[in-house]
Design a protein around this ligand. Structure first.
Ligand SMILES: *Cc1c(COP(=O)(O)O)cnc(C)c1O
Length: 381
């Protein structure tokens, strides 16, 4: 595709946990002739897009489907939890971080019976406790957790959790927003009934399009479950797609064009090569932090390979906001942490970036530390 004016767009390196750095081809894919999304031409685009979203997690498109929503990633958590719980049943949230805590809030806001099974944010959930909970609460019909807890970067054992959910007859929904299209997922082998993501994360497109990928027959069964939301009901959206090929309400048209371009770039790069690139970036982040003496929060072998949480140094001259601003002015965005009892910041390996971008970042980051008089190597008391 020929791109005009592309040099005018500054390339920012986003190290926040999404939205992520996009390619220029994806940016410009949004610039299309105006179209009404009720046209057949647009319906065809969405059909191909929905199938691709299932293929990314190696799903058989007969058994699995994807359902699109207009919203940021949190809409998927809302949709899955409020739509997939039969009457008189209970949700179990396996909660070791901020994003699973969000699912607990969804339960609370809808007034759904639920168990908030909490584990420390820097540890993987204890599978024995999960099993014990399932055994003693036979009314649990839905188990939910987060794959890569983006608040800390810990990788949760979803395959094992999914096996437990299924052993006790529950549906397993996983928030894969910060792994989908990055860390390889096999929906069937990983025992997932429903996973989810949005276009601005691993696919490196834009905000506005979110999607749930999951088991068609479970969605069809949910037709009779209580309807708890008008806009965010999974069966309603699925059924409308199946009957008309359209989204029930107005889709994010331009984001859909960008996502289709991002998908073609995803297939061109390939699942393995893309994961290898994210791993290169992740290792470069660790190398840079190690060199400056920063400590990370999660055991290295338990990290999902995409988000690094580092502890603030014990240095009176360290000021996250000042360092952030220094880097931001030079095209690099760093992000605060999401752990309530520790001061952390995050560096993420999500976008269309590679090792050299991280090397360039650490030059600027080190300069910022020097500029504000933060001792190097970093000190901890
Ligand atoms: C980014 C993210 C979300 C969605 O957050 P939004 O602010 O709604 O985009 C949900 N879950 C996880 C694990 C995430 O990383």
């Amino acid at each position: 595709m020929e791109i005009k004016n592309q040099k005018k767009i500054k390339r920012n390196i986003l190290l926040n946990p999404g939205p992520s750095t996009t390619t220029n081809t994806v940016k410009f894919a949004q610039v299309v002739p105006d179209i009404c999304p009720r046209e057949e031409e647009f319906g065809k685009l969405m059909k191909g897009l929905r199938e691709d979203l299932v293929k990314i997690v190696h799903g058989d498109t007969e058994k699995y489907t994807s359902v699109l929503f207009c919203g940021s990633g949190t809409i998927n958590i809302d949709v899955c939890i409020n739509s997939l719980l039969p009457a008189e049943k209970k949700v179990l949230v396996v909660n070791n971080g901020a994003y699973s805590a969000r699912a607990v809030e969804v339960c609370r806001y809808y007034g759904l019976p639920h168990i908030d099974l909490r584990f420390p944010v820097d540890k993987r959930p204890d599978l024995e406790k999960v099993e014990e909970t399932l055994k003693t609460n036979p009314d649990i019909a839905l188990v939910h957790t987060t794959h890569n807890e983006t608040g800390t970067g810990i990788l949760n054992p979803i395959r094992e959790l999914g096996a437990l959910a299924h052993k006790y007859g529950a549906v397993f929904t996983v928030d894969t927003t910060s792994t989908y299209a990055m860390r390889p997922i096999d929906i069937e082998k990983d025992n997932i009934d429903f996973c989810m993501a949005s276009a601005q994360k691993g696919l490196t497109a834009f905000t506005g399009l979110s999607f749930v990928v999951g088991n068609r027959s479970i969605i069809e069964k949910s037709a009779d479950y209580p309807k708890r939301s008008y806009y965010c009901n999974l069966f309603m959206q699925y059924d409308f797609f199946e009957r008309t090929g359209e989204m029930h309400f107005t889709p994010p048209v331009q984001t859909i064009y960008a996502t289709i371009q991002a998908l073609s770039e995803y297939w061109a790069e390939g699942e393995e090569a893309k994961w290898a690139r994210h791993t290169r970036v992740f290792n470069a982040i660790h190398d840079g932090l190690d060199e400056l003496g920063f400590k990370d929060v999660i055991k290295r072998e338990e990290q999902a390979g995409l988000v690094v949480s580092a502890l603030y140094p014990d240095d009176p001259n360290w000021d996250f906001n000042k360092v952030h601003d220094y880097c931001y002015e030079r095209g690099f965005t760093i992000y605060p942490g999401k752990i309530s009892n520790a001061n952390t910041f995050r560096l993420c390996a999500l976008g269309a970036i590679d090792r050299q971008d991280i090397k360039d970042f650490f030059k600027v980051f080190k300069e910022a530390l020097e500029f504000y008089g933060v001792n190097i190597p970093i000190r901890y008391n």
